[in-house]
Design a protein. Structure first.
Length: 127
């Protein structure tokens, strides 16, 4: 037993370990900065392009925010793909969205903010 305990440091020193780091996702195409829609006639989507080194699987989560920034925000339930269909029930005003992309279990990468401006068609002077 004593010999084994004496050999253990030598055995561990001879071993090599490979650590695989999770690569961060790269956003290759940001969502449109501003999308204009009209209440009652909302259609369209926000889209992002992303990639990861080594073919790691990507995961997506869209967020909605009350401010024009990509900090904080609330995850949009079920919005877990690169394409996000703009909700058809948004009231007139500005709505802010961004996406968080992960490669494997790595650190998330957040997109720029995508602003959806909803105009009331009946009150639109430019329509």
């Amino acid at each position: 037993m004593k010999k084994l305990l004496m050999l253990m440091p030598v055995l561990f020193a001879a071993m090599s370990f490979t650590v695989f780091a999770q690569a961060a996702a790269t956003i290759t195409a940001q969502p449109a900065a501003t999308t204009i829609v009209f209440a009652g006639f909302i259609e369209g989507s926000l889209n992002v392009g992303a990639s990861a080194a080594g073919g790691q699987a990507l995961s997506f989560q869209w967020f909605r925010n009350t401010a024009n920034n990509n900090a904080g925000g609330t995850a949009v339930a079920g919005a877990t793909s690169a394409n996000f269909i703009i909700p058809t029930n948004l009231p007139p005003g500005e709505h802010f969205f961004f996406i968080e992309v992960r490669a494997g279990g790595g650190t998330p990468t957040r997109s720029n903010v995508a602003t959806v401006r909803v105009f009331d068609f009946e009150e639109c002077d430019l329509c």
